[in-house]
Design a protein around this ligand. Structure first.
Ligand code: FE2
Length: 228
């Protein structure tokens, strides 16, 4: 069984960039459905009790498409909640240097992220990832994510499904993305993921019930490993 993790902040904490109404609908209804469907389908695929990262990878490998879609969406949303913070701040020196190296500047990265996300056709996700080619921006369709892509490790993601922004921005995805990256992007979390990719600490892993209660959320040894 996987859980529906709590948001790492209050429902109104990201307003006015994202309203409490959006977060209630997005977390309590959309994320909940992906969790419930995963818990319904995983036992039928022989994957009950496995970490969600394994469920996603195995479901894809075994061609369990419906389970893959729901499990990946559950994971993507938990990762997405961590990619936002009430006070966005600025990238740390280490992350800033990596962004400068890959994109030329932090602003150029933001432009690349917003352009990729706003031009992505249909539903999906826009990611900042690191890998053998360094940092880059990619987008994935529907539920697809980086767990099943060898050599890519996610630092940041934004949800491109309309349910992520329609209540606040209607169909204006580009304005949503511009405000998201400027106002609520969690640079501290991205920095932690970058450190994990470099072998310093562990990356995000979908929390279990005990971790979600807060006791072990940031403890060492709880993260998903970057690709070798
Ligand atoms: Fe979503």
């Amino acid at each position: 069984m996987i859980i529906l993790p709590k948001l790492p902040y209050g429902y109104a904490a990201l307003a006015p960039t994202l309203s409490a109404n959006t977060l209630h609908t997005h977390h309590d209804k959309h994320h909940r459905i992906y969790v419930d469907k995963t818990n319904e389908l995983a036992p039928k695929a022989g994957l009950d009790g496995r970490p969600l990262e394994e469920v996603v990878r195995e479901a894809q490998r075994k061609g369990e498409t419906k389970l893959f879609h729901n499990a990946a969406q559950a994971w993507n949303h938990a990762f997405f909640w961590e990619c936002m913070a009430p006070k966005s701040g600025l990238p740390s020196a280490t992350l800033r240097a990596a962004l400068d190296h890959a994109f030329g500047s932090v602003d150029a990265f933001k432009d690349a992220f917003v352009t990729e996300g706003s031009e992505h056709f249909g539903s999906g996700w826009v990611w900042l990832v690191t890998g053998s080619e360094g940092l880059k921006v990619i987008s994935t369709h529907d539920a697809d994510d980086t767990l099943t892509r060898d050599g890519l490790f996610p630092l940041m993601v934004c949800d491109l499904w309309e349910h992520a922004y329609y209540l606040d921005y209607k169909n204006d995805r580009k304005t949503f993305l511009n405000r998201w990256i400027d106002e609520v992007a969690n640079w501290t979390f991205a920095e932690r993921q970058l450190a994990a990719a470099d072998g310093r600490g562990d990356g995000f892993r979908y929390p279990d019930a005990a971790e979600d209660a807060g006791a072990r959320r940031d403890a060492p040894g709880q993260g998903d490993r970057p690709p070798a």
